[in-house]
Write a new protein. Structure first.
Length: 133
């Protein structure tokens, strides 16, 4: 089955809870959640996963921990183990998979995507989001 995003929404666990509520209130019935947790288990991500699960919406969880408590809310779990002898684990494989999934869900019409990226870049420039050396 091929999935193409119709209307995408990015919900970040850094968003305030009041902003999150506004984003979640009007979800379409066919919404699909791609949630991602690495090492830690964010309460915000768990809440969104649980909401999708309760509404019988599709949930996909990308994690490096097979024992994450978030599994109970996920229809699909993509496990990306990260072994390391240091205190910090490498996220390289995790990020490659995440980038691949995002690319796979990109619009089929490349002109639409190009226009979207150019428009977004214009907004970034106008709002002064990034420092240009």
């Amino acid at each position: 089955k091929e999935y193409r995003r119709q209307r995408q929404m990015c919900i970040r666990d850094r968003d305030s809870t009041d902003r999150m509520a506004h984003q979640l209130i009007d979800l379409p019935d066919n919404a699909i959640l791609l949630a991602s947790v690495f090492d830690r288990h964010s309460r915000m991500v768990e809440s969104v996963l649980r909401l999708f699960h309760q509404r019988n919406m599709t949930t996909v969880l990308l994690t490096n921990r097979s024992s994450t408590p978030m599994r109970r809310y996920a229809d699909h779990v993509l496990l990306v183990p990260s072994e390391s002898s240091t205190a910090f684990r490498s996220r390289a494989c995790y990020l490659i998979l995440l980038e691949s999934l995002v690319a796979a869900l990109a619009p089929a019409d490349h002109e639409v995507e190009r226009f979207r990226v150019e428009t977004m870049q214009g907004l970034f420039d106008e709002l002064g989001v990034f420092i240009i050396p």
